[in-house]
Design a protein around this ligand. Sequence first.
Ligand code: ADP
Ligand code: MG
Length: 701
Amino acid sequence: MRPSVLDPLFAAVTTLDGVGPKVAGLLKTLLIPSGSDAALRVRDLLFHLPSGLVDRRRKAEIVGAPEGEISTLTLRIDRHQAPGRGTSAPYRVFGQDETGEIALTYFRAQAGWMEKLLPVGETMIVSGRVEWFNGRPSMVHPDFVASVEDAGAMPLVEPVYPLTAGLSAKVLRKGIAAALAEVPALPEWIEPGVAAKLQFPPFGDALTRLHGPADALDLDPLGVAWRRLAYDEFLAGQLALALSRQTIKKSKGRRLRGDARIQSRVTSALPFQLTEGQRKAIAEIHEDMADDDRMLRLLQGDVGAGKTVVALMAMAVAAEAGAQSALLAPTEILARQHAATLAPLCEKAGLSLTLLTGRDTGRARADKQDSIASGETDIVVGTHALFQDSVVYRDLGLVVVDEQHRFGVHQRLSLTAKGRAPDLLVMTATPIPRTLVLAAFGDMDVSRLEGKPAGRKPITTVAVPMDRLSEIIDRAGRALAEGDKIYWVCPLVEESEKSDLMAADERHRVLQQFFGDRVGLVHGRMTGDEKDAAMADFKSGRTRIIVATTVIEVGVDVPDASIIVVEHAERFGLAQLHQLRGRVGRGEKASSCVLLYRAPLGEVAKARIAVMRETEDGFRIAEEDLKLRGEGDLLGTKQSGLPGFRIAQTDKHADLLETARDDARLILTTDPDLRSPRGEALRTLLYLFGKDDAIRLLRSG
Ligand code: ADP
Ligand code: MG
């Protein structure tokens, strides 16, 4: 149960003064990711940190008010100039001091209201950003206006928050102030030595400083207040991960030791030699599997690095040791593709493989489940359907998860609950920089597949503006004549958002006019069977161009496709572009990637495209991505599928991550059930950051 001391922070925002249902709705838009049905709580408002500061402390005379800066002026109001009817000109009020005259400019202002706000003849305090045009100063929408007597009410320094349409800064500030008043005294959960060394203020003080800054230092992400909260967030995350690790490691593993019988059949069935990197990763995995502890290993390898074979070699060992393996894919397409790739190899190696997805129903499903329960099946490939209650394994010894970042920590645990302490191998193609592996996956052992299989030709990347589309279509025609296969990626097929985006449907139609039924189409709104059929046609060569939305982003493997065209490349993030480009360059042919963009390009899009042209190294791209995004957005769930942080910014606070990891580990060695006073405080922390599913592990464990 959630400690009652947190109740005020978990109350609905509507319990706050000044927050009614309408404001609550706006706040929800602002603070809760769309699609989530999570309730909006006081806590969420408190974790919405300012992005900057209005500093009204500069008192200035008109002539000395610096361009583009906030100044507070004392003005005598001279005259109002209302715009003519039906014009879009702004409403202007002119005021002066000893040094000159300034225009206060308001758009869509109402005359009656303006006259009350800035009465002619009165002396008023007016604060806002001063801009100079042709030697004349103006101030657009002053953000504070008061009579001289009321000037004391003007906050000299005020935080600025990210807003959403319809929500004013004033209303948001009021809500946050009310929320601050609710912060209870909480027990300290940070180790005293750590808190002292890093000069952290207490939790409540940190919030107060961030929301009521005395100056810009108080809300610097590198300042102690922000760092304190970032540390709290990391600590909660690391503690949750450490608890899940503890649970997995506590249940004694088993020794899965092979005799190379099946492995050697697999290697001789492969049409290529394993790379050095693959051999090394396989050796590390086999070593983990052979000892008593449970394996908890992350296999990190760029797209096309050849992770699938590594997984197969792990599953071969499990089979040699008499145990079953499950390979879990995030989507139906990928599950099918894995099954299709593995099936011929499994057959030659004498392994029996079953594909199980949500699409299997009735008799067929029952048969498959029987085969899994009897142990006739050695390897089960599928989607999360693999872990439904109705699926019973005879003896599940190894779980391999592909692209695991799409699954939560808790889900990961439920996967391993199926067998007798099965080993866990997680494969990811997201080239996360080393510093972030910890944040995203916790304390796993890591194998890295460096380099690509030999013989890969570099991919030529070009950027071409949309108005040269017909040229690209010509080139596509020539490539088709030479027997090439082409991916053609469009951003989305939502009718509603079609406005200026060329939907995949439409592009499909256009390309068909040139190339007839050699053009296929696959997108997210098709049924599973339709998608499969489209991909199968492309793979077999019945179609030679496939127009696709980003359903092909992850893992699709058609080795003889050598060209990828990405439309609206400027709308994709770097990680996504890299994943997409990784679809080609897999065969013997030299490949190319055409980034079609709509001019003019913004700065960030320009930089992204430059990076893409410069390098194919996924890890470098990830580092560049991190730089370009700043804001710790790399772990934002949308782009990379990794769990996000609200407060911590991974580029600025990365140094705190290891301390948090060590601290979390240390606690669990001295107080594995979190029963000491500090342990109790840490439970509170877990609730505060929504990591309380980890607490369930304590109770059951
Ligand atoms: P990913 O790491 O992205 O999952 P895959 O396992 O799908 O990569 O491998 C990509 C392609 O490389 C596949 O066509 C696979 O058959 C091929 N491949 C894997 N290992 C090697 C190797 N050692 N030599 C040549 N080709 C390989
Ligand atoms: Mg893969």
